[in-house]
Design a protein around this ligand. Structure first.
Ligand SMILES: Cc1cc2nc3c(=O)[nH]c(=O)nc-3n(C[C@H](O)[C@H](O)[C@H](O)COP(=O)(O)O)c2cc1C
Length: 296
């Protein structure tokens, strides 16, 4: 959510995304978490594509939200994620998902699972930026223009040699944004996540870079934003362990804006109008209403 008040000042309110997690953020968990939390969108568990267009029932089982205009019961959009290495088949499946009502398509270049990587899927493809480019481009070219195509990557497979090449490959292929889990496949899920490694990616790309990895608390969210320079955050396990984490983060952001506006209003009388504008926005009102002041 972005608000412009004076031509020279744009205020950005953070976007928070529920991470795809196979076996964890399934349709039931998405339903629960999007009722409790405040997410801009979620992403399905990865749908593996090999050599065929999957039957519709597969889509409806991974994403029953397709029967609800691609949204959870709480109204949060659900993007459909694919994993594979066959450009024609990924494109054909993405087209089918879009026809069935997927609001956006995401592509998985992060999965560390041995079986998946052995079949040249997920994070192993990060050793081949030209293949990453080919796959994203095939899907982007096939899917109707109004449906965004995005990708989710790690910093690399066994090392970080191709981090920027992969990020550029995704951008050049026409992706609308890229989400980066701030670790290589070799790093697995062992803390820390290298949030500072996202800064060069963000600086190099024109498209939005969404930060992901090890955000468990409000303080983590703030620190991740600081180190990565990324505004928007994808949250996985932290959203499951602390279902109201998104509200805490948003309230904290509102608090930070409040402080900033307080400072600004000493110099610009328009700053008060900015605060009124922020309060008027429905989502922020909802957040403020829902929040337990004890969290602040
Ligand atoms: C159990 C589990 C399943 C996952 N499945 C997927 C998946 O299907 N697609 C994907 O892109 N990432 C998947 N991930 C990675 C998460 O989306 C996320 O990048 C990772 O958990 C780091 O974020 P977090 O520290 O906020 O959990 C999975 C992670 C976990 C723990």
């Amino acid at each position: 959510m972005r608000i412009t008040l004076f031509s020279s000042h744009q205020v950005t309110i953070v976007k928070l995304i529920l991470a795809p997690m196979e076996g964890l953020t399934d349709p039931i968990m998405r339903d629960v978490l999007t009722h409790v939390g405040s997410f801009d969108w979620c992403v399905t568990e990865f749908i593996r594509v090999t050599d065929s267009v999957l039957p519709d029932h597969v889509y409806h089982s991974y994403c029953p939200e397709l029967n609800n205009q691609g949204k959870t019961a709480a109204g949060t959009p659900v993007h459909v994620q694919f994993l594979g290495n066959n450009p024609e088949m990924l494109a054909a499946n993405a087209v089918r998902a879009a026809e069935l009502g997927a609001p956006a398509i995401d592509m998985n270049f992060g999965c560390p699972a041995k079986t998946v990587n052995r079949h040249r899927g997920g994070s192993v493809l990060l050793d081949e930026p030209e293949v990453v480019h080919e796959l994203v481009k095939a899907v982007r070219d096939a899917v109707p223009k109004h449906i965004p195509v995005s990708a989710k990557m790690r910093l690399g497979y066994m090392d970080r040699n191709f981090t920027l090449e992969n990020a550029h490959a995704i951008e050049d292929a026409g992706a609308a944004w890229v989400t980066v889990h701030a670790r290589t496949k070799a790093d697995g899920y062992t803390p820390p996540a290298f949030w500072d490694q996202l800064q060069p990616i963000r600086e190099a790309l024109k498209i939005n870079v969404i930060a992901n990895g090890e955000i468990w608390t409000n303080a983590d969210a703030k620190q991740c934003q600081l180190e990565s320079g990324c505004q928007d955050l994808m949250i996985g396990r932290g959203a499951v362990t602390t279902p109201d984490l998104t509200q805490c983060i948003q309230l904290n952001m509102v608090g930070r804006y409040k402080q900033w506006i307080g400072m600004m209003s000493k110099h610009y009388p328009e700053a008060k109008a900015l605060w009124d504008e922020i309060k008027r926005l429905k989502k922020i009102d909802e957040v403020l209403e829902k929040l337990n002041p004890a969290h602040f």
